[in-house]
Design a protein around this ligand. Sequence first.
Ligand code: FPP
Length: 260
Amino acid sequence: MNLSSLPDDLAPQCLPQHIAVIMDGNGRWANHRGLPRIAGHRQGAKVLKDLLRCCKDWGIGALTAYAFSTENWQRPAAEVDFLMVLFEKMLRKELKKMHAEGVRIRFVGDLSGLSPALQQEMSRAMTETAHNQTIDFNVAINYGSRSEIVQACQQVAQKVSRGEMTADAISEETITQHLYTAGCDPDLLIRTSGEQRLSNFLLWQLAYTEMYFTDAFWPDFDRSELHRALLTYQGRDRRFGQATDRVAVGHRIVKPALTA
Ligand code: FPP
């Protein structure tokens, strides 16, 4: 099957508009080939690049990738260093092309914990691509969902203590607007390598997201794997907690208003 454009068996009006990925299994992929773990990360970065292009080609509006968690600092220093250099190199090498293709890049996480050189590349990438509209590419780096929620609560509490809002006025929308991701909930989460957990990723944002778990290692997650994930997604019935007959199935999936 030619996968450069949307496969015929996928309905364009039912595609997820936002896909999030937990890119797991790089180390095991490398081990199975007798390669060092970093070879898995290098291949994983290539796969991410192609997946972004594929999402763009198939009309998916946003891709969010979990590149480095706040817990990942506990890995061997050589692996952490390799990943940091990989992020920086990829940015330097790919920014021009991504910009030309209309990609809007955003980094989410505690960016202040990263090296000044990397912070500078990231901020340049975000500024240069800020007005692009073809696809949003969010990269979670030094990201932890619980600490994201804590910092959102702190910001809201500060607004209350300054008298800019009342405690009663705090709503779900208020918290959403203070998260790093500020209001772009994924429709589909994909986690590779057979693990079935969220690992502190987008805990608030995934409240109504469809989950897809596959045994494939991330470096093997190509267009045909995405095709399989999307076929599964299109077979799901998203109810957002309501009765089946209240939600249109087979149409663009829209969260219904939560009326009584
Ligand atoms: C998890 O697999 C993977 C990571 C912690 C790193 C993910 C990063 C990339 C794929 C590079 C992305 C590049 C850019 C530019 C954003 P693992 O190492 O935990 O695999 P294992 O469970 O098999 O050991």
